[in-house]
Design a protein around this ligand. Structure first.
Ligand SMILES: [Zn+2]
Length: 224
């Protein structure tokens, strides 16, 4: 049983309505505190993915209303991740390119305040992070992505669309077409080879191994 069920609903509402960090988790809200953490450990820098990998495709759904929230959550269609995460994405893109594929990013670093908003509205809490723990997206260490044809930038067939709440979104869901399974498993294996682990109930979500070193952040895109 998770911690979530052991606290009362009123306590949860208090947490989400004031957008305050839950107890016992450390969230960096101030830009100066984030900058100080980068000074101490340069790997903590949030890097603009498109700037670092110009031929990567972005489809930042939360900067549009084409997402499960059905409203614009990000003011800008940008994607950031911590420095070593982006370095690995660069290696992955290089490898995929030789095979005629490329990466398409749906979401990367996500400010903590957005995680709270998702949790308030999501119909299925299994698909959104509990604000009491935060999301690895808040740490700049999780990426939602898929494969595209490198030339046409068209998506390669996968078992479900991005952010589907269906059972078929599971990373090992068996009842897919052979083509969907082959593509999904190729994506998962390629990501694993470069230090990422797929989330068991979302084939598109990958956590960077070593995420524990990076704090939860609530720095808005416009400050970066
Ligand atoms: Zn994700």
């Amino acid at each position: 049983m998770s911690i979530f069920y052991s606290i009362g609903l009123s306590a949860l509402m208090a947490v989400v309505s004031v957008a305050a960090p839950a107890q016992n988790i450390n969230v960096i809200h101030a830009l100066t505190a984030y900058e100080a953490s980068v000074k101490k450990m340069p790997d903590k820098q949030l890097v603009d993915i498109q700037k670092a990998i110009p031929d990567i495709t972005l489809d930042i759904r939360y900067a549009t209303s084409n997402n499960f929230m059905k409203r614009v959550m990000y003011p800008e269609a940008r994607a950031f991740a911590r420095k070593p995460v982006v370095a690995q994405l660069k290696n992955i893109q290089r490898e995929l390119r030789t095979k005629g594929f490329g990466l398409k990013i749906y979401d990367a670093y996500r400010p903590y305040a957005i995680t709270i908003a998702f949790y308030e509205q999501a119909s299925d809490k299994n698909f959104v992070a509990d604000p009491k723990k935060g999301s690895k997206h808040n740490r700049g260490c999780a990426i939602d992505l898929t494969l595209v044809n490198f030339k046409t930038k068209e998506e390669i067939p996968m078992p479900t669309p991005y952010d589907s709440f269906e059972a078929a979104a599971a990373a090992n869901y068996p009842n897919t077409t052979a083509e969907q399974r082959k593509n999904r498993d190729f994506l998962i294996q390629t990501m694993q080879k470069h230090g990422f682990k797929v989330l068991s109930n979302e084939w598109w979500h990958f956590d960077f191994i070593g995420w524990q070193q990076y704090e939860l952040l609530d720095i808005p895109f416009k400050a970066l």
